[in-house]
Structure formats: structure tokens, C-alpha cells
Design a protein around this ligand. Structure first.
Ligand SMILES: Cc1ncc(COP(=O)(O)O)c(C=O)c1O
Length: 363
């Protein structure tokens, strides 16, 4: 078959909206200071690592995983204080949970609503599933534009609304009163995505008691287990029982299950690391605010949103890369992110490397 014929078939078979997409871009990072993906930079002490490896050695890799991953769910309930009246659904990262939710509501004329800028996968997965997506711009303080959100709810009654709390990539918390108003007005599901909950004092689990259309989504990625791919959805059994039918069998593999159980038994270690990052976030914020030509927003997550005011952001992004520091360029992703970069909070030496690399680029 010639190359041309293959291309012809691709164009005939693959939906135009899929061909128009760009694949989720993960730049090569070997040897770089990696400040672009909201990972926890800390590893485990050798003794803990060895105890983990001992557990993994007992895993029966020739067997399918325990389908419900019950021990993982028990551990999550314990560390997160999840009430017995609510059910849990586990995903291969919370990305997979977004996909499960989208598949559950996809149908003629169905609609997903999210504020913008926010997590890009809400829009992407809606597109994958042929669901209309409505993005409502955040207000000038990056809070929810309640009137605009309510107007879309009134006009479209979206089946699914995603609210990232705190929000990625702006780092702030939305007003809880506005979230409540949205939950009250919506006849669809409101998913509060608490991917960054470990880095803030607030917590939305209490909303589950007040609203029967709210679900809470979390992940272990940001607290130090990004490599595991484990996300969870918490909510009323009536919802989760339906969503469970869309979960692929054995989506949580044996190595993830054993590692997650182990990590949840040692959760204090991850909490200490998170606490450290929160302390260092305050220092990095201050240090960045002291640099000329930068606008930096306070953050309730493990990253900071930074706007380069006096230099072309592409030059600064490229200059950082040349200096071995990888950060996320957000410029171009949304009008309100013009000139913006997103930088991870990391270890003090890596935060210092960022500052050292950034300073001459701003001069
Ligand atoms: C707001 C938000 N939700 C969900 C995710 C997905 O996390 P994961 O699939 O690693 O669980 C991310 C990752 O960046 C995120 O920022």
C-alpha cells in the first residue's frame, strides 16, 4: 500500500476533529531540571525504598489484579477520611476518570462545561467523546464568573461541569460560595477536581453531603506518586455504581495496587514532603516577586503562574531550556495566559537554579 493510499484512508476514517488535535505534548526531559509537570521532586529514603521493593517482590505478576483494588480503596479512605456512605472509583490517573465520566454522558447534544483557563483534558476528552464543550472565561482575578457560568447552565444544562479546586494553571481557589451556587443551579453532575488538595487547607468533601449531584475527584500524582497513575472519584453509590460499569476490568495493575497500599501506609512521609513544598512555595513566590519584569500570582498548588512582562516569553522559555531548566509555556493556550509560564515548586537547590537561570534572562 502506498503512503498516499494510507493517508487517504486516514482522512476517510479518522474523524476530522481528532485529526485537528495535537497529541498531548510531553517534551524530552533527560538531564533537565524538571519544573513543568507538577511532580513531587522528592524520592524515598533508602530503607523505605527497600521495604517497598520487598513488597513488590511478593506480587504475583502472572495473575490478574484484584479487580476492585479493595486494599487501595481502604487505604485511601483512611488517609483522606472518606465516609463509609460514599463509594470510590479508581482510575489509571484521574485522566481516566475524566474519560469515564465523559463516556457516561456522551450522547446527542450532550455538553461539558468548564471555566477557562483550566485543565486542558476536560476539553480534549469532551472532543474525543463527541461532546459539546463550553469554556467560560474566568474573571480578572481568575475566580469563576458566576453570572456567565449560570447563563450557560440555564441555556444548555450541561450534563457535566468540571471545577478544578485549586485551579490548574492559575493556582488559585475558586470561591466556595460560587461553587455552591453552580451545584444548586445545575441539573447535571458537578465534578470538583481536587488534584492539588494536598497543597491547600481547604477540602470539598463536605459538599458531597449537601449536593447529590457533586462528585469529588482526586489523584495521588501530585503528592509524589505520578509514576503510579492512580486517581479516584468519590461520591454517592448511585452515581459510582453506574460509572463502575465503564471502568475497564483490571485498570489498576498489580504493581500500582501493591505500591499504592505501601505508599498509603507510609503516607506521613508524603505529607512531610508536601508540607516542605508548601513552605518552599512561599519562599519561591517572594523571590520571584522580587525580580523585575515579572508578575507572579500566589498559589494554593505546587506550582506558580508567572507572567514575563518586559521580554518575549518565548525567549525566556528557551533561555531557561538552554540553562537546563524545563518549565511549561502557557502563552498561546488562552488569551488570559499571554506571556505566562508555569513553574513547579521543587527542592531548594532546584528552586535556586530556576532563579539563577531566570535572572539574567529578565535583564
Ligand atoms: C486539575 C487536574 N486534574 C487532573 C489531572 C490529572 O492527573 P492524573 O491523571 O495524573 O491523576 C491534572 C494533571 O495535571 C490536573 O492538573
Amino acid at each position: 500500500m502506498t503512503k498516499q493510499t494510507v493517508q487517504h484512508r486516514v482522512e476517510r476514517l479518522i474523524r476530522p476533529e481528532i485529526r485537528a488535535l495535537s497529541a498531548y505534548n510531553v517534551p524530552p526531559a533527560t538531564g533537565m531540571v524538571k519544573l513543568d509537570a507538577m511532580e513531587n521532586p522528592y524520592s524515598w529514603p533508602d530503607a523505605v525504598k527497600q521495604a517497598w521493593l520487598d513488597k513488590l517482590a511478593q506480587v504475583e505478576i502472572n495473575r490478574y489484579p484484584e479487580p476492585q483494588a479493595q486494599a487501595v480503596k481502604d487505604g485511601l479512605r483512611r488517609v483522606m477520611g472518606i465516609d463509609a456512605e460514599f463509594e470510590l472509583l479508581l482510575g489509571n490517573g484521574s485522566d481516566e476518570i475524566i474519560q469515564i465520566l465523559a463516556m457516561a454522558i456522551a450522547g446527542e447534544g450532550s455538553c461539558v462545561l468548564a471555566p477557562e483557563p483550566s485543565f486542558v483534558m476536560y476539553r480534549m476528552i469532551a472532543t474525543f467523546c463527541r461532546i459539546d464543550y463550553v469554556g467560560v472565561p474566568l474573571d480578572s482575578r481568575f475566580d469563576l464568573d458566576l453570572a456567565a457560568m449560570l447563563a450557560v447552565i440555564d441555556a444548555r444544562q450541561p450534563e457535566l461541569i468540571f471545577l478544578s479546586q485549586p485551579n490548574n494553571p492559575t493556582g488559585n481557589l475558586f470561591s466556595i460560595e460560587k461553587i455552591r451556587r453552580i451545584a444548586e443551579a445545575s441539573t447535571g453532575l458537578v465534578v470538583v477536581d481536587e488534584a492539588y488538595t494536598a497543597f491547600t487547607d481547604t477540602d470539598s468533601l463536605h459538599l458531597l453531603k449537601d449536593y447529590d449531584n457533586v462528585l469529588i475527584m482526586r489523584t495521588l500524582s501530585k503528592v509524589g506518586l505520578a509514576g503510579l497513575r492512580l486517581g479516584l472519584l468519590v461520591g454517592r453509590p448511585e452515581w459510582l455504581g453506574e460509572l463502575e460499569k465503564l471502568r475497564l476490568p483490571y485498570n489498576i495493575n498489580v504493581l500500582t495496587q501493591a505500591s499504592a497500599v505501601f505508599a498509603l501506609e507510609n503516607f506521613e512521609l508524603l505529607q512531610q514532603q508536601t508540607q516542605r513544598l508548601r513552605t518552599d512555595r512561599a519562599e519561591l513566590l517572594q523571590a520571584l516577586q522580587a525580580l523585575p519584569g515579572l508578575q507572579v500570582w500566589p498559589s494554593e498548588a505546587n506550582f506558580l503562574l508567572v507572567r514575563i512582562i518586559e521580554k518575549p516569553v518565548i525567549e525566556v522559555h528557551e533561555g531557561l531550556k538552554q540553562a537546563g531548566v524545563l518549565v511549561k509555556k502557557l502563552d498561546g493556550a488562552h488569551p488570559s495566559l499571554a506571556g505566562c509560564l508555569r513553574v513547579n515548586i521543587s527542592t531548594p537547590p532546584e528552586n535556586a537554579l530556576l532563579l539563577d537561570a531566570l535572572q539574567p534572562l529578565l535583564a
